[in-house]
Design a protein around this ligand. Structure first.
Ligand code: GDP
Ligand code: MG
Length: 182
């Protein structure tokens, strides 16, 4: 393949955010895409996705990151939401055990709608709230190992590990594509 052709390649990766309501999905996205945090706790309405350009190995990769627009309040999101996704951040709140207990259900939903090669990251958000922690980091890590997921604790508020979490997923998708497993 010629150099021009290689340079002309375009990568657009659809990545979905899933997890219980109020775990911080929308704030993780706004932190990643706009470096903003919104203290207003209103459930997401409207925004469907944001596109962020990331450079990997000298190539421009467009990550199209989808937010649930509040659908998760009804404990499920539509199949259209998952369609074409090649990556997922499955989020819980480290101060709310019920959101951690829901992870298996979200993973099942993801498996139902997506290919098994979807790059998946388990995200324990709100790690700034150490004093009211309800799920230990070991529990998060061990669930991730069991399910074969990447794992990271984040804080959208303090901007801890947010960039890294998204970038690991994007790199994994890129490497899957290079290996042609997607
Ligand atoms: P979503 O329903 O999963 O999209 O969650 P939101 O992003 O709307 O956040 C729900 C609530 O948690 C809001 O009040 C946020 O301000 C708060 N929140 C989100 N991320 C963090 C975080 O990293 N740390 C803290 N302390 N609060 C957060
Ligand atoms: Mg939201």
């Amino acid at each position: 393949m010629g150099k021009e052709e290689q340079e002309g390649e375009e990568y657009l990766f659809k990545i979905v955010l899933i997890g219980d309501s109020a775990v911080g999905k929308s704030n993780l996205l706004s932190r990643f895409a706009r470096n903003e945090f919104d203290n207003n706790s209103k459930a997401t309405i409207g925004v469907e996705f944001q596109t962020q350009v990331v450079e990997i190995d000298g190539k421009e990769v467009k990550a199209q990151i989808w937010d649930t627009a509040g659908q998760e309040r009804f404990r499920a999101v539509t199949s259209a939401y998952y369609r074409g996704a090649v990556g997922a951040l499955v989020v819980y709140d480290i101060t709310r055990r019920s959101s951690f207990d829901s992870i298996k259900r979200w993973l099942e939903e993801l498996t139902t709608h997506c290919d098994t090669t979807v790059a998946r990251m388990l995200v324990g958000n709100k790690c700034d709230l150490e004093n009211i922690r309800d799920v230990s980091i070991e529990e998060g890590r061990s669930l991730a190992e069991e399910e074969g997921l990447f794992f990271m604790e984040t804080s959208a508020l303090e901007s801890t590990n947010v960039q890294t979490a998204f970038e690991i997923v994007i790199r994994e998708i890129y490497s899957n594509i290079s290996k042609k497993v997607i």
